[in-house]
Design a protein around this ligand. Structure first.
Ligand SMILES: CC(C)(COP(=O)(O)OP(=O)(O)OC[C@H]1O[C@@H](n2cnc3c(N)ncnc32)[C@H](O)[C@@H]1OP(=O)(O)O)[C@@H](O)C(=O)NCCC(=O)NCCS
Length: 183
């Protein structure tokens, strides 16, 4: 789909739940994951939507189809991702308190492959972070190079931790972060 402009809107929890299947299909397609991944992720995404500070932005086509989605929430001690990253920072000799004291975890950002390279991803990123009250934003992404990496570098994300292995996942990840606001 290349005709028409994308429209952006913040989704309420109810709107997100109503669109969950569509958002998961988009995610699985964008990441190139096997179809079964959607079922596996559904309960996790529903749980995320209940977390403090959860915010979700959707990009929509003129006919209402979802073209892209981004969401995140306030990172807190006790969350699996937070504890994994803390362990990595401490083991790597990085100041965990500086990064983890007050941050937004950008959990997911995906644009349907047919609609990538139109600026939709960057607009989703800017909108999901706009006006947030936290000192930092943090995210994890598979080690690059990739289009996601170009987006994060272009918007000022720096290395927090590289070649990190989350428990149970053989792939190396980077933890990237930056101060807020994005500017
Ligand atoms: C990462 C992802 C969300 C980025 O979304 P996107 O819409 O393709 O990305 P952008 O908004 O950055 O697109 C900008 C690209 O389009 C080009 N572009 C074309 N028209 C543009 C416009 N009007 N405005 C801005 N950029 C434009 C830019 O030059 C840039 O090119 P580049 O990627 O070669 O550097 C998307 O590629 C994706 O879903 N990837 C697969 C899933 C994934 O990796 N998710 C992140 C996991 S951590």
């Amino acid at each position: 789909m290349s005709a028409g402009r994308a429209h952006f809107a913040q989704l309420s929890g109810d709107e997100f739940r109503a669109r969950l299947r569509e958002a998961l299909d988009l995610y699985v397609t964008a990441m190139g994951y096997p179809a079964g991944t959607a079922e596996q992720r559904a309960p996790m995404w529903l749980t995320h939507a209940l977390r403090e500070g959860w915010r979700c932005i959707g990009a929509f086509a003129d006919d209402g189809r979802l073209l892209g989605v981004a969401y995140g929430y306030q990172g807190r001690p006790g969350q699996w991702w937070h504890e994994q990253v803390r362990r990595g920072l401490v083991d790597g000799g990085v100041d965990a308190a500086e990064w983890l004291a007050d941050y937004f975890e950008l959990t997911e950002i995906h644009v349907h492959p047919e609609n990538q390279a139109r600026g939709i991803g960057e607009e989703l990123l800017r909108r999901v972070l706009d006006g947030l009250p936290y000192r930092h934003v943090l995210l994890s992404t598979p080690e690059g190079p990739s289009r996601a990496w170009r987006l994060y570098r272009r918007t000022g994300f720096v290395d927090v931790l590289r070649h990190y292995h989350f428990a149970g996942d053989p792939r190396p990840f980077a933890i990237l972060g930056r101060a807020l606001p994005l500017g």
